[in-house]
Design a protein around this ligand. Structure first.
Ligand code: DHB
Ligand code: MG
Length: 221
């Protein structure tokens, strides 16, 4: 099935996803530097991020887990010129690659990359930090419950929270899998269930070039 899912993603991309030299150059540089591409979002998922931001006329975006900054480029594409992205990356090698790709992209929007453990960086933000309009959680899955709570603190009513990789080829249902990443996702589902600060939430499974996975989406009350 994987080959068909990949072929269909390419079919979708070839019809619906316009070419953008910034996105292409980001993927090419990531590959040239020897980094794997499976950590990045698929182009059709990047477009979904762009569209959610456009639909809601978001201006301030928070991203946890920059990696190569490919998703960051999609978030930036969606924003007006006075838009702002704070993106946080925990691994030095990924942060260096992400910063290089951001610098090369010469984006009009302000993109700030901070390096370190996302939870610590978020807790250290100034008290008067303005709420974010859109939050993309894509860092270590083990910390998703903590990232969800910290994200809610940095949200306003209507903020959209998008959490990547919440299905993991169905491993969330495997009773023998107690990896911290899988337990983190299960705890995130429990935390989202009847959360007093969440207006609506769901999760969708996806198949495609990145295998079988999925994302969760929440609107802040
Ligand atoms: C992994 C992490 C991701 O954010 C992703 O989109 C795909 C895979 C990983 O850690 O394996
Ligand atoms: Mg991801």
């Amino acid at each position: 099935m994987q080959q068909m899912w990949t072929d269909i993603d390419h079919y979708i991309e070839s019809h619906l996803i316009p070419e953008d030299p910034v996105l292409t150059q980001t993927l090419e540089n990531t590959d040239a530097k020897g980094f794997p591409d499976h950590l990045a979002v698929a182009a059709n998922q990047g477009m979904l991020l762009q569209m959610l931001i456009q639909m809601n006329q978001c201006k301030r975006v928070l991203e946890l887990g920059t990696f190569a900054a490919y998703s960051t480029m999609w978030l930036a594409r969606a924003l007006p010129e006075d838009g702002y992205i704070l993106t946080i990356e925990g691994r030095d090698t990924h942060a260096a690659l992400g910063q290089e790709n951001i610098d090369r992209a010469q984006l009009k929007q302000k993109v700030e990359l901070k390096v370190g453990r996302a939870a610590e960086i978020l807790k250290a933000l100034p008290e008067d930090t303005e709420a974010f309009d859109f939050i993309f959680i894509d860092a270590d899955k083990q910390s998703y419950p903590e990232y969800l709570e910290l994200s809610l603190k940095l949200s306003r009513s209507g903020t959209i929270i998008f959490l990547d990789n919440v299905i993991r080829a169905g491993e969330i249902l495997n009773p023998d899998n107690h990896k911290p990443s899988i337990e983190g996702i299960r705890d995130m589902f429990k935390a989202m269930q009847n959360h007093s600060r969440i207006l609506s939430c769901t999760a969708l499974q996806t198949v495609g070039s990145k295998g079988h996975d999925g994302f969760a989406l929440a609107i802040v009350k």
